[in-house]
Ligand binder design. Structure first.
Ligand SMILES: O=c1ccn([C@@H]2O[C@H](COP(=O)(O)O)[C@@H](O)[C@H]2O)c(=O)[nH]1
Length: 235
């Protein structure tokens, strides 16, 4: 059965056996899964294949950021793996994002969704200032989201704090993929621009990326079920 919820569980584990052990506790009808830099670096395409065998759609979250030719090749390689979504950094610029979109459009067969990271959810205004971006995260996110939309990508990765403003500025077609999700009683960890699951949906998020509040819970399946139950009043 295809996934019925907007939840994407981040499988941030050091190896394939730990990631698969967690995934086996989850139901592919209740969530998609995300493979990031740690897991993919340790395990490679084999972990994607195994997660597909378990019935999950996979978001390959490698946040490619390089020159256009290199990045277009990387997203094409991700498409070969059959992943559901792949992403780049919007900070790579217009020509990079257009090259990636064109590479996927020119493919035969499976085409993953292509999204671009705007401002990482671990960053706040002081962090941006230190790297020479002297504006609020909200303004920088809107600037990069507009550029992403102009380049014809499917969506952006942002905080759900920015979702409402993006919906009014850019409409309903752009997918808003939002990490930094924390249930009310959860710790923020290294995240800074956090939002609860229900508030994220109310703000206009398309997908909620949730890692530690589920994967580090005593009962991950129950933690996921609790979040899905919270959302079912609004989805
Ligand atoms: O801006 C971003 C982009 C990606 N992420 C990724 O999402 C998960 C969040 O995990 P939590 O344990 O729920 O904090 C993680 O894999 C990040 O690499 C993000 O947090 N923010």
């Amino acid at each position: 059965m295809p996934c019925q919820t907007p939840v994407i569980v981040a499988l941030d584990f050091p190896d394939m056996s730990a990631a698969v052990a967690l995934a086996e506790q989850l139901d592919p009808a209740q969530c998609r899964v995300k493979v990031g830099k740690e897991l993919f670096t340790s395990s490679g395409p084999a972990v994607i294949e195994r997660l597909h065998q378990l019935g999950f759609e996979v978001f390959l979250d490698l946040k490619f950021h390089d020159i256009p030719n290199t990045t277009a090749g990387a997203v094409s390689a991700a498409a070969e793996l059959g992943v559901w979504m792949v992403n780049v950094h919007a900070g790579g610029g217009r020509r990079m994002m257009e090259a990636c979109r064109e590479a996927l459009d020119g493919r035969r067969g499976h085409r993953p969704l292509l999204t671009a990271v705007t401002v990482l959810t671990s960053l706040e205004q002081e962090d941006l200032l230190e790297v020479g971006v002297d504006i609020e995260p909200m303004v920088q996110v809107q600037r990069l989201a507009r550029l992403t939309q102009e380049c014809g990508l499917d969506g952006v990765v942002c905080s759900a704090r920015e979702a409402k403003a993006l919906r009014s500025a850019l409409g309903n077609d752009l997918l808003l993929v939002t990490p930094g999700i924390r249930p009310v009683d959860a710790v923020a960890d290294d995240q800074r621009r956090i939002v609860t699951p229900l508030q994220a949906i109310e703000n206009g998020s398309s997908y909620l990326v949730i890692g530690r509040p589920i994967t580090k819970a005593p009962d991950p399946a129950q933690a996921l079920a609790d979040i899905v139950a919270e959302l079912s009043v609004s989805v």
